[in-house]
Design a protein around this ligand. Structure first.
Ligand code: ADP
Length: 526
């Protein structure tokens, strides 16, 4: 049987004991429990008739333990019923509640002064039979109802009402039965409503044994859930109890005590397993909810980062369009409009618009981790292109540019627009860092072949440098120290470079400032 997933969403089948299929381990544990019970039974049989004597505390202690165990089990099952509103669960939880309630008059009417012989005619004997009759019947009811039941979606209030009604019904039955307690140790008067129960003990035991056996067989044939499995263990405990009682036919002998102890042990084990299973299911559910929440947050962060990166990437071409449009208006507004300049600026507007379009396409490719736009690329050409793109900006900020490009670089297989974007971001950051300094403002770009089979590009500035305290965080999305920064540039650069199987690093420049370097694998030798 496959273990349910521990992360991701769980469905109802995976969180309810009445529907959850048992794991291999649970099946083995149940089988081991049944075998241990059987072994104990076999070991008891030879000594079953050995007299032990009357132990005063036994019945009250046994009844108290059974009361606690049965009421907790019934509460556990009623809760399951209120969730799935299955009549089958109502039947078995009602059976447990009845078992819990009947232990009280059962203990009170124990005819301790009676001899060690037949108890069939006493109220206590009748209560024992009713108990052992109702419980397997409730299990049979559960088994018959559980499969063919089309889940009726009862309103919540109605399911509470059903729980209350069955509890009230059981209390009435309990009250009726306690009424018999007036004749504590006397045999049942003939003609009373329960006189039909007053049969020979052996007949009754045989009937109850068959009933429990039928319940067990039915459970076996329709077993599916954890609850089915452990109800089978209880039924085995009950069968062993009935067997021993029938075998000895006497009170205060080893078999008489052992029978009850075995049933108690099996009921206790079942409760322990149901409780631990419920706790485990709760933990699994909690983990599943946490995982779902994390997934949702991660998706929100990705959306956040994505929208921020689109805004960030579009800023540059949009700003250039606005600047050029202003410039064109100024050329037009002159007494003699300079149409050549207007034409050149319009050309630049057109180029920026194309660039914006390409950026959107490259962001989409990046999100889809799509390598379709990759082609063999000379990074020296790329450096020259980007310097042309940023020329105005560099001039405006009075930055002098030093370029040292190694000739005959190997080609890299890369997305041109994405790598342009990396260089534009690094150069823009360098301009920003130097804008805060008076002099010198030098941007130094180098390219070099790197062994084995890589190409290095380095962008160094003479700006304010990077505070060692924040150097670990500058590549994080949304980290910025600028009042108008978005903190996306370096995150995008790193994601693009790593998407190309490369590395992007930063170090301090020899005379201050920062040096950003990336290495890409050379795929095409020249
Ligand atoms: P943004 O430029 O919007 O702040 P980035 O991810 O590009 O976002 O940069 C993150 C931070 O890294 C910047 O706010 C700045 O503090 C630091 N940084 C980046 N490049 C440089 C540089 N060349 N010199 C100094 N600091 C830099």
């Amino acid at each position: 049987m496959a273990e349910p997933a521990t992360t991701g969403a769980l469905n109802e089948q995976q969180v309810l004991l009445s529907t959850l299929p048992p794991s291999r381990g649970q099946q083995r544990l149940a089988l081991a429990t049944i075998l241990v019970l059987l072994a104990a039974f076999c070991a008891t049989v030879p000594f079953a008739a050995v007299p032990v004597g009357y132990i005063r505390e036994f019945i009250p202690a046994y009844a108290a333990a059974m009361f606690v165990i049965s009421s907790i089990t019934s509460a556990l099952l009623f809760v399951q019923f209120s969730v799935v509103q299955s009549r089958a669960l109502l039947a078995v939880s009602g059976g447990y509640l009845f078992s819990a309630l009947i232990t009280v008059p059962w203990a009170l009417t124990f005819p301790d002064l009676f001899g060690a012989t037949d108890m069939a005619g006493t109220t206590w004997g009748v209560l024992s039979r009713i108990w052992h009759l109702v419980f397997p019947l409730s299990v049979i009811g559960y088994t018959l109802l559980k499969d063919d039941e089309a889940r009726t979606a009862w309103p919540r209030a109605l399911s509470y009402f059903a729980v209350l009604l069955s509890a009230a019904g059981l209390l009435v039955a309990f009250d009726l039965v306690t009424g018999l307690g007036t004749t504590t140790s006397e045999p049942m008067p003939r003609g009373s409503p329960f006189s039909m129960l007053d049969r020979a003990q052996a007949d009754w035991n045989a009937l109850l044994f068959l009933l429990a056996l039928f319940a067990l067989a039915l459970l076996w044939s329709r077993r599916r859930s954890v609850l089915d499995l452990w109800l089978m263990v209880v039924m085995c405990g009950l069968l062993i109890e009935l067997c021993l009682i029938t075998l000895v036919g006497l009170r205060y002998v080893v078999g008489w005590y052992a029978a009850r102890v075995y049933f108690l042990v099996s009921s206790m084990l079942v409760l322990a397993v149901l409780l631990s299973e419920t706790a485990l299911l709760y933990a699994r559910l909690a983990r599943s909810v946490m995982a779902q929440r994390r997934e949702r947050e991660a998706r929100l962060i990705t959306m956040d980062v994505l929208s921020a990166s689109i805004a960030h990437e579009m800023n540059q071409p949009l700003a250039s369009i606005v600047t050029n449009a202003d410039a064109a208006s100024r050329w037009m507004a002159r007494p003699t409009p300079d149409l050549d300049e207007v034409k050149a600026t319009l050309e630049q507007i057109r180029n920026s618009a194309y660039r914006a379009r390409d950026l959107i396409g490259s962001i989409r490719a990046m999100v889809k981790r799509d390598g379709r736009n990759r082609a063999p690329l000379d990074l020296n050409d790329l450096v020259r292109e980007v310097l042309a793109l940023t020329e105005r900006e560099l001039q405006r900020n009075r930055v002098s540019v030093e370029v040292e490009l190694e000739e005959h670089l190997p080609l890299v297989n890369a997305d041109r627009v994405q790598l342009q974007q990396v260089l534009v971001n690094l150069i823009t950051n360098a301009i920003d860092a130097m804008a805060e300094k008076k002099w010198p403002r030098i941007l130094r770009i180098e390219s070099a072949a790197r062994e084995p089979g890589g190409v290095l590009i380095s962008v160094a500035d003479t700006g304010k440098g990077i505070d060692p305290k924040i150097v670990d965080r500058i590549f994080n999305p949304l980290f910025t120290t600028k009042s108008n920064g978005m903190g996306m540039g370096l995150a995008i650069c790193r994601s693009i470079i790593e998407g190309h199987d490369g590395r992007l690093q930063v170090s301090a420049g020899p005379e201050g400032g920062a040096v950003f370097q990336f290495v890409l694998p050379a795929t095409v030798a020249r």
